[in-house]
Write a protein that binds this ligand. Structure first.
Ligand code: SAM
Length: 184
């Protein structure tokens, strides 16, 4: 069992969700959209059942939604492996499968012309390979979610998350940390 499986697996008592499907609660998407501006189309490239896409649309954005797996989202296209895509988009926003997080960062940085925002475990700020990547391409914002996130409704979540946001439209190298509201 990988370290990732141990961490997320604990949350569902040893059972991984099939194809890493952990749908994002609405307040998490709002924590990003309320604090970071996006101009142009947003690609939700691992859209699941579309719940993140639907929240983003409420902010007036045109959203393109794709996923590898068909999860019956009428506005989405299934069978699209993000890691094999070559299409560029102004912005990419998603909660990626955590076992492919590094690959999603690399591919997102290749394909997003403006901003890339990925919801990742806060502990992904660390790790030799990841830190080398962050030093080369520093995220512009880290939007911290102050509560542990209960993706699957166990009532006993174990992991903390943050939005890691890269901005290719400006040349700033420093990373700004933004704390979203604590959810009581
Ligand atoms: C953690 S879930 C998040 C779903 C959705 N983004 C949300 O926030 O509710 C990850 C999603 O990534 C999809 N996925 C896994 N590997 C993928 C790949 N290579 N390309 C595109 N989607 C992938 C899974 O099918 C799953 O729906």
């Amino acid at each position: 069992m990988s370290e990732q499986q141990k961490l997320v697996g604990r949350e569902v008592e040893g059972m991984r969700q099939k194809d890493d499907f952990y749908p994002t609660p609405e307040y998490i998407t709002r924590a990003l959209m309320d604090r970071v501006c996006f101009a142009g189309t947003i690609w939700e490239c691992a859209c699941g059942d579309g719940r993140m896409s639907e929240v983003i649309k409420q902010y007036g954005h045109h959203v393109v939604s794709t996923d590898l797996v068909d999860r019956c989202y009428n506005d989405g296209t299934s069978g699209v492996d993000f890691l094999l895509e070559n299409t560029k988009m102004p912005n990419i926003v998603t909660n990626p499968p955590f076992n492919l997080a590094y690959e999603f960062i690399e591919q997102g940085l290749r394909l997003a012309d403006r901003k890339l925002a990925l919801l990742l475990p806060i502990r992904y700020l660390t790790g030799k390979k990841r830190v080398e990547l962050y030093k080369k391409y520093p995220p512009r914002f880290i939007v911290v979610i102050p509560n542990k996130v209960d993706f699957v409704g166990t009532g006993n979540p174990v992991m903390e998350f943050a939005w890691f946001v890269w901005d290719k439209t400006e040349n700033k190298k420093e990373t700004k940390i933004i704390w979203s509201e604590y959810k009581s």
